[in-house]
Design a protein around this ligand. Sequence first.
Ligand code: LMR
Length: 333
Amino acid sequence: MSFSTAKLAVALGMTAAFAMAAPAWAAPTVVKFSHVVADGTPKGQGALKFKEVAEQLLPGEVEVQVFPNSQLFGDGKEMEALLLGDVHIIAPSLSKFDRYTPQLQLFDLPFLFNDIAAVDRFQASEEGQALLNSLQKHGLQGLAYWHNGTKQLSTNKDKLTRPEDVKGLKFRIQSSDVLENQFRALDANPQKLAFAEVYQALQTGVVDGQENTWSNIESQKFHEVQKTIANTDHGVIDYMVVTNRGWWEGLPQNIRDGLTQAMAAATEHSNAAAAELNEKARATIEGAGKAKIQELTPEDKDAWRAAMRPVWAKFEDKIGKDLISKAEEANKQ
Ligand code: LMR
């Protein structure tokens, strides 16, 4: 609009009229959803389900554009892009929020949750739900938790059963201080790297190993550049789906309601599919015959647990003892 047309529009009260009611021919609201993993992973499937249901519920009113695989923004950039309004929904792993909400570091404590069902119970609790609002002061709003699964450890070495086996090795980690301390507790050297850089870092030997879920390992082909993957289940990768609070609250009510409904459907879909997708990915890795999958005895598992445990005490005050107890309770139900 030129300056004089703009003046004319204001004079005629046209801007006000446009703002009040979107005419039938108005362009749809574009919702950009960016994430860093492949379409076939639990998060990738959740994002596609969200698009499908949102566009079904709000035909012609909403267009959801999904950008997987760090295509639009990778780690490090996506949060900033969300705050700037360049993207509307992202779903970083809970490990990537520690600069914003220290309590979210809870999810990275090694061997805290027995399984994803326990993670789910904790997230559904009052305390878990309150954490979805913990980013409000930063201009962000949590919309849902999505599951991926438990983490496995991999290296470019043949032996990977005991904590001693990783001594001195370099590991890629997500941008989390808890994970940094976890690897220091093992006398290993952690290095924070964006997800999109992991394959190359493993391939070129910049790092010796990494920790991730079966679905992330398989879809990024990490198993092709690692020798051993130990079935440690020592932690979790789960997500918070977040939006820009100002953008979200500024949406017309019917659109926000439709997107809320679509998010609930996507959450259910993604969470129901997560375990199976990880199982399938594990089977694919096994079938590929590149990295060897190493099962651990209960004694091996105890050794990893004991080696990583000191991390808890370091973060107890930041996270809060009560919150940790609440999470532990979720194991018992
Ligand atoms: C990672 O960086 O390893 C994961 O957070 C990637 C993801 O989003 O699952």
